[in-house]
Design a binder for this molecule. Structure first.
Ligand SMILES: *Cc1c(COP(=O)(O)O)cnc(C)c1O
Length: 234
């Protein structure tokens, strides 16, 4: 068995164990294999083992890999998105996790219209730990941003929120932030009305995804735990 296949089995087992612990159905949790900096051959290996959701954090890298890999892969853009790059990726992603301003949402909407793309699915990135080094809106600003995106754009499918929790050694330290994410979802539902489904929570990485699942993550983004350490930092 290759390392990647073995790692995937371990991650799947951990997902199932965390779901059992929390009384959740593992089908509620989508595993996104974060393949940034990793070669196409590694992605193909994970694909052959059954993975269809892959996450990349740079537009350029995502587009290059997309061209070389099977067409049924669902690509997730998980890194910061600059407005001037929107035109390249609209219509190519399954989900953009990192929308953090009304201006960016409007640019996505504008490019979607220009390219005849009916809907672009997104999440709002929340800077859950209020860290200066991180992107994302302040937790208290998330409901207001959701409200404005829903009323001021027409081609955006807004599904929920995403966070990159602080780097910690003990994953329990991040439980508070995952709980806070769930509260933000409740605030959003109260603000926009319960008929709108804004209930996706993309949270949890290699170091803390079991805790994120226990607190309700519907998408987890795992890189190192599947592909091994990255050779260079990004
Ligand atoms: C790199 C990255 C991940 C995966 O990190 P690992 O610790 O390797 O699992 C998840 N989310 C985002 C936004 C990332 O940039």
């Amino acid at each position: 068995m290759s390392g990647i296949r073995e790692n995937l089995n371990k991650v799947q087992e951990t997902i199932e164990a965390s779901c059992r612990k929390a009384g959740r159905d593992p089908k509620e949790v989508t595993l996104i294999a974060v393949s940034k900096t990793k070669p196409v051959s590694s992605i193909q290996e994970a694909y052959d083992a059954g993975v269809r959701d892959f996450g990349e954090n740079r537009v350029q890298e995502l587009m290059e890999k997309m061209d070389l890999l099977p067409g049924d892969i669902r690509w997730h853009l998980i890194g910061h998105l600059q407005k001037n790059k929107v035109k390249y990726i609209v219509g190519k992603t399954a989900l953009i996790h990192s929308v953090d301003s009304l201006e960016l949402a409007k640019e996505i909407d504008r490019q979607a219209e220009k390219k005849g793309v009916d809907r672009v699915d997104i999440l709002i990135e929340v800077n859950i730990g209020n860290e200066e080094s991180k992107f994302g809106v302040k937790p208290e600003d998330a409901p207001g941003l959701v409200d404005r995106i829903l009323s001021e754009t027409s081609r955006i499918g807004l599904h929920g929120i995403m966070c990159v929790a602080p780097y910690v050694v003990n994953p329990e330290e991040n439980r508070q932030y995952f709980v806070k994410m769930r509260k933000i979802i409740v605030d959003i539902m109260n603000e926009v009305g319960h008929n709108v489904h804004v209930d996706v929570m993309s949270m949890g990485m290699t170091g803390d995804y079991p805790v994120a699942i226990e607190e309700g993550a519907t998408m987890i983004r795992v890189g190192t735990g599947i592909f091994g350490e990255r050779d260079y930092p990004v």
